[in-house]
Design a protein. Structure first.
Length: 336
């Protein structure tokens, strides 16, 4: 009887974890339940396999051929928050809806929606795409167990045939990666200017396509930067700055705690221009920051903010070191 009772309780607990996983796939999970689920996944490889099995069950039950057209039409009307899409190489995207998480600073994006391409039938041309609006952040788990945090205005794409033997992702924006080691199989992050070759490590990448410079900072492990067919090795505590306009590569010392400060809502920059900082403010607060005076765009300064300051507090603080005035017009900040 005791054995039967324990077995019944174990089955009940497993069903509860499974229900929690389905809430995660739907984007309806709370932060408390998310922690329980992630603790379960990280406890063993068997639990990770079970999680992926549940993911497949949810996918097959969520979308079928007869519902697809109707779901596309309804989901495309709900694009004003975080969304996941599956796209073709021709940049055509099918939006899979929006996710809302109560009492959550970070939007939990589930990369679990698989839409079959009825037109070509070629699954190797399909990609999962996670897009994060400005002013928000997201956290996700890749199929190999790698954890990724994405900053506002970022996009992460990976192919549907992503596996332990083929691990390639494409990043436009800023992301912090904790890459899971897989028997020496490299993990590659491709940006618009260069590739990052990884072998089990923690690092931060800031590589927005529209920015003139891209930064990669290594916290743990080993990475190599592949830029214009030349490899640059990076050690922990080091960073690499690539100027896409000038075609230059510069190394610098990187503070481990500062490189991914944005995850905790902190702003830490040892040296940054006002123009670059304005772009970061736009992504952090979800507003448009414009600088009318070209002379102060290149003004450099050091800044450290740790108390989740409001945008007005940040601008008022900047006025103490840089002479400027600013006006606010709804979601547009004009620096004069």
């Amino acid at each position: 009887n005791c054995f039967i009772s324990r077995k019944t309780n174990d089955m009940k607990n497993m069903e509860e974890i499974k229900s929690t996983a389905f809430l995660y796939f739907q984007g309806k999970i709370s932060l408390e339940d998310e922690k329980v689920l992630f603790d379960f996944i990280n406890d063993s490889n068997e639990n990770m396999k079970l999680f992926r099995q549940w993911e497949s069950e949810w996918i097959s039950g969520y979308i079928n051929e007869y519902e697809m057209a109707d779901k596309w039409a309804r989901l495309q009307t709900r694009m004003n928050t975080s969304r996941i899409s599956l796209s073709h190489d021709r940049n055509r995207k099918l939006n899979s809806g929006w996710l809302s998480v109560a009492a959550s600073i970070m939007i939990i994006i589930s990369l679990s929606v698989y839409l079959y391409d009825r037109f070509t039938g070629k699954s190797n041309d399909l990609y999962f795409v996670s897009e994060v609006p400005s002013g928000q952040k997201s956290k996700l788990v890749l199929p190999d167990g790698t954890m990724v945090w994405l900053n506002g205005g970022s996009t992460l794409k990976y192919p549907n045939n992503f596996s332990d033997k083929k691990r390639n992702v494409v990043l436009d924006g800023e992301g912090y990666f904790e890459v899971t080691s897989r028997n020496g199989v490299p993990f590659t992050v491709s940006t618009s200017a260069y590739d990052i070759i990884v072998k089990g490590t923690k690092f931060n990448v800031c590589a927005y396509d529209i920015d003139a410079t891209s930064l990669t900072s290594l916290i743990e492990g080993k990475i190599e930067i592949d830029y214009k067919d030349e490899l640059y090795e990076v050690s922990p505590g080091e960073g690499v700055c690539i100027n896409k306009n000038k075609g230059t590569v510069e190394s610098f010392r990187s503070d481990v705690d500062d490189s991914n400060a944005w995850i905790d809502g902190r702003i830490e920059y040892e040296k940054i221009t006002l123009a670059d900082f304005a772009a970061k403010l736009s992504r952090k607060y979800g507003v448009e920051v414009c600088i009318e005076n070209n002379e102060i765009k290149c003004h450099t300064f050091r800044i450290s903010l740790k108390n989740n300051e409001t945008l007005v507090q940040v601008l008022d603080g900047l006025q103490l070191i840089i002479p400027f005035e600013y006006t606010i017009d709804k979601d547009r900040i004009i620096i004069k």
